[in-house]
Design a binder for this molecule. Structure first.
Ligand code: CA
Length: 718
């Protein structure tokens, strides 16, 4: 077969319309050497079920073969109808192949699979096309995100997934571009800049395709931006509409009636700080109702006293929005956390389902946002149905059944005191996808519990530049030592805890839970054989009985997992794929799971492939490094560490943190400390250069604080 026939065959296999213009053929052909891994038997071609168009997306999930869109289908329920792998045979589930992605940064993506080809995104918004029959890379696309962009992201340089439509793969890049790639070659077809590049926006979420449009949001509310989502024509890349989630400067014309209405719920000069409300993750779509559902994020800055000093609900922060996907007009909204002040985003995944409630079939949507309440809304009109705490919550006593508004505990707002608030800013549940099994009627939530102390930061000054860790964060909370502190008496809950919760949205209660070793576990997959699959932060891939949470199968994958697994059929076999690689030194924080290269693991019944050698050479004990320091230097270093380093790093701490735990930094790292911190020696890894922000003395004080903390942790661990 010549190179062009390989390409055409690939297009057929992908069942994608490869609309190659003649001028692109040369370009495309130059990459075909990488395509030789594509098999070409008639069996494979018979699998083709038609191009990925609107109709195929509407029925995604029914067709059993593929995983075509982020949440499996438009309802985003991550409930696969596949039953080949079931409780009776799961003991024979074994490895079919594994693939080293050559990265140690966080992997959070949901893999898409179309006709046996997997499309996966990774750190720095890279895209991989993988042949699932062989476990080999067909092509890899690197959008060349400037590595200095790492300092404009709150939570590592991750990407949660791509979208597929008519022969193209769509990806949002960390630096704000939306790119359409030719699915058969990985060559860009078009690219648009979706953000104001003078502002610290970022994209980590997956685009969605609705009615031939690519919908993409953005993040950056920790740095000072105004949230919005935009629809682009999938074929041309031309902007169709944009919906802002919070109002801009009221002296200028409002972009929509929704913005005019929203502005009445804000006071002061919020627009100068961005306002927030970024839509960085959740979307779902109901084709029958023609409504696109979008979750919005926290306020920017966090503390409403700075953002909107006269109070107000601050629409549409922390809200679920129903938008007409044809024109981007708001149809209804529901705000989960009015006057949001705790980073209680409502960007967590939204699932659509039809439930029998009080004898009536209702079209509902469900969300377990950060604020700790599990919401059920009528998705036709946004009417409130129920909200119940799914984890420990102390910021509100409950949600008023009539108004649908939270009954706040007065001290939670930390205006006259510092306050221990639960959940903390990482939420009762974060972006890690939950799943809903209509057979069991249960929603499986990768949940967590923790308490954080919030206080008004009297010294906060808006950092116009945004971006950049250390004073680049515009969160505005701190600890005000001039006022009292209200402590939560359940002090034991200050240790972050993780759990998988099976929640009944009809009975409005937990049915079972599995307490987990760590607090930041992977997204969830549910199947029609009543299995629930989840990877864990301590490096296991586990299958649970969906009815009672019993572990029916598990295997070690070496490194921590946060990404959700997917399942699909190829050549009549069911596969389950999992992306492992927590990044950020998880292995050093959780000693049972040493830091591993990011890997894709694919399992099937009777799989006999050997696991790759796990990395055992990682330092799991804190090295002893001599140093001398005064108390003043250490105290000064601690303050600087909090401002400049704690966004990404921890020191001997078992939770949070995206870059390595500095307690485990080697003597070599410490010898090169000034070069790394001030001169940017680790810029290629995304570590910013601090030379213009930290003096040599300040940098050395930070180092002394790190060494003294590490020394204390070393003694404690003995
Ligand atoms: Ca946030």
């Amino acid at each position: 077969m010549n190179r062009d026939s390989h390409l055409i065959l690939l297009c057929l296999l992908l069942s994608l319309a490869c609309n190659r213009r003649p001028g692109q053929a040369t370009n495309a052909s130059s990459k075909t050497a990488a395509l030789m891994g594509i098999p070409g038997s008639a069996t494979h071609i018979r699998q083709v079920t038609g191009p990925i168009d609107d109709d195929r997306l509407v029925h995604a999930g029914d067709r059993q073969q593929d995983w075509l869109t982020y949440g499996l289908n438009y309802a985003e329920d991550r409930y696969s109808p596949l039953t080949q792998i079931n409780k009776d045979n799961i003991r024979t589930l074994g490895l079919a192949w594994s693939l080293d992605l050559g990265t140690q940064r966080g992997l959070e993506a949901t893999a898409l699979v179309a006709d046996g080809i997997m499309f996966l995104t990774g750190p720095w918004s890279m895209v991989y096309a993988i042949d699932t029959r062989k476990g080999s890379v067909i092509w890899k696309y690197d959008p060349q995100v400037p590595r200095s962009y790492g300092e404009k992201t709150c939570c590592d340089v991750v990407n949660r997934g791509a979208a597929l439509f008519k022969g193209r793969v769509y990806v949002g890049t960390l630096d704000g571009r939306l790119i359409a790639l030719d699915a058969s070659t990985g060559i860009p077809v078009w690219s648009v800049m979706t953000v104001d590049t003078t502002k610290p926006y970022s994209i980590t979420g997956a685009p969605r395709i609705v009615q031939g449009k690519v919908i993409i949001g953005n993040g950056g509310a920790e740095y000072g931006v105004r949230g919005y989502i935009t629809a682009y024509d999938a074929l041309s890349g031309k902007q169709v509409w944009r919906f802002y989630t919070v109002p801009g400067d009221p002296a200028k014309p409002f972009e929509s009636k929704a913005m005019k209405d929203a502005a009445r719920t804000w006071t002061g000069e919020w627009w100068k700080y961005g306002g927030g409300g970024t839509a960085w993750d959740a979307m779902a779509y109901d084709p029958a109702l023609n409504l696109l559902y979008v979750g919005t994020g926290n306020g920017s800055p966090w503390d409403r006293n700075y953002r909107s000093p006269g109070g107000g609900d601050n629409l549409y922060l922390s809200s679920i929005l129903a938008i007409n996907p044809e024109n981007g007009q708001l149809v209804w909204y529901y705000q989960t956390t009015p006057g949001e002040s705790w980073d209680f985003t409502a960007t967590q995944p939204i699932i659509l389902a039809d439930l029998i409630l009080k004898g009536q079939k209702r079209k509902i949507l469900m969300q377990a946002p950060k604020n700790g309440f599990f919401y059920v809304l009528d998705r036709t009109n946004g009417a409130f149905i129920s909200a119940d705490p799914y984890v420990y919550v102390n910021w509100a006593k409950g949600v008023d059944q009539t108004s649908g508004r939270p009954l706040e505990n007065r001290s939670a707002r930390y205006t006259k005191e510092n306050s221990d608030v639960a959940p903390d800013y990482d939420g009762g549940h974060n972006w890690h996808p939950m799943a809903y099994n209509p057979r069991t009627g249960l929603v499986y939530i990768p949940a967590r519990e923790n308490i954080a102390t919030y206080g008004h930061d009297p010294n906060w000054i808006y950092n116009k530049r945004g971006g950049g860790v250390g004073n680049g964060w515009n969160v505005s909370i701190g600890f005000d030592s001039s006022v009292p502190t209200r402590r939560d008496t359940l002090a034991s809950r200050k240790d972050p805890r993780g759990m998988l919760i099976a929640w009944d949205p009809v009975q409005r209660k937990e049915i079972w839970r599995v307490d987990q070793k760590n607090n930041w576990n992977g997204g969830v997959l549910a199947t029609a054989s009543d299995l629930v699959f989840q990877g864990t932060a301590d490096g296991f891939f586990v299958a649970y009985d969906a009815k009672n949470g019993a572990v029916v199968w598990q295997v070690s994958v070496g490194g921590g997992v946060i990404a959700p697994p997917v399942t699909y059929m190829v050549d009549g076999r069911q596969y389950v794929s999992l992306v492992a690689g927590w990044g950020g030194g998880v292995g050093m924080k959780f000693k049972s799971a040493p830091l591993q290269p990011g890997r894709v693991y694919t399992f099937t019944l009777g799989g006999t492939k050997e696991f790759p050698e796990f990395n055992k050479s990682i330092v799991t004990s804190i090295p002893e490094i001599p140093f001398s320091a005064t108390n003043e230097e250490i105290t000064h270093g601690r303050e600087l560490f909090r401002s400049y380093c704690s966004t990404c790093h921890v020191i001997a701490h078992g939770g949070g943190g995206l870059a390595p735990d500095l307690a485990f930094a080697s003597p070599t790292t410490h010898r090169n400390f000034l070069a790394i911190v001030r001169d940017g020696a680790y810029l290629p890894f995304g570590m910013p250069r601090f030379g213009n922000r930290l003096s040599e003395r300040e940098t050395l004080d930070i180092q002394k604080f790190i060494l003294s903390s590490a020394k204390r942790a070393r003694y404690q661990s003995k």
